[in-house]
Design a protein around this ligand. Sequence first.
Ligand SMILES: *Cc1c(COP(=O)(O)O)cnc(C)c1O
Length: 369
Amino acid sequence: MNIYEELGIPTLINAQDSETRLGGSRLPEEIRQKMNEASPYFVKIAELEIKLSERIAQMTNNDSCLITNGASAGLAISVAGCITRGNEKFIQQLPSTDQIPKNEAIMFKAQRNNYDNAIRLSGAKLIEIESNKEDLVSSISRETACIVYFAGDFYESKAIPFLEVVEIAKKFEIPLIVDAAANLPPVSNLWFYTKQGADLVVFSGGKTLRGPQASGLILGKETWINYCRLNSSPNKSIGRPMKVGKEEMIGIFYALDRYLKLDHAKEKKSQENMLDYMIEKIEKSIPDVSLNKIYPAHHGQDYSRLKIEFDDSMRAKFYKNELEKGKNPIIINLSSDSKALIINPLHLEESEVAMIITKLTSLMHTKSK
Ligand SMILES: *Cc1c(COP(=O)(O)O)cnc(C)c1O
């Protein structure tokens, strides 16, 4: 019996993605071990954070880093950093931005999403703009604190290209914040956006990095990271309620270290094999579905997912619901047209793949008879 079963809470098979509401990621055994080792001591949290951040910056080819409790906190703290710019009075008065000269955050209207309330949390006034260069340029004023851009295929397709935003941000000397929370792999994204000219880039620790669910990183330019740090725990600031524990700091540090050392080609190969195996098994058992690997993943990440397509959307929805029933609920995405199930290999283990195949094929047989 696992601890959740003891507590009467069913555990899930996550064929969907790294999602907060499903429990984030699965920590590798060695990372759990490190967090355990971190736990029984007292340390100066500010010192620990700075030491680890210095190393993370080096490891990721960045100037500087701040450890946060997630990408959302990273956004809130980044915007707060750009508004306050080291001014202690401003730091203490947030989220009120009265009398603070730069208090506007610009973002593309079409990129608005579930995470942008983190931007407003700082007290920033959100300036929504249309997806063209002219609108971006004309929205910039003396009140502009920052531009926030959401990276990855899904969001980038809704706005002007990242490099054009960089060019304008540079020209007008406006700090550019990039949300790349889930945009791994490739591992090079950890430095790609900063090298291209972003000032602050936020990542989730509890997604592909497989760190603690409540961890994240801001990577970027030293001046801006320092402004961020003043707005983050343990400093008395707007970021104080977004604190990161020592266990999480140690956890994300070693998770990142593990991720950087990982053989990504091998990882990818084993995911491909997993999907091929599923295709073979499902195909053999059920003839009237179309099975295809789709690439890249939702945000343009460098891995494939399996698309199981049916001729009518009722079937995909039916299977999705049925899979979520029973003792080991299997959580699977529907495609945007609701006609297909999408299996994400990121958090699946072999035994779980077998369970998915068994449940799916038995369901399909019931239905097609
Ligand atoms: C997941 C995600 C976040 C939130 O990340 P947390 O680490 O859970 O706070 C923010 N932005 C985007 C685009 C995301 O995909």
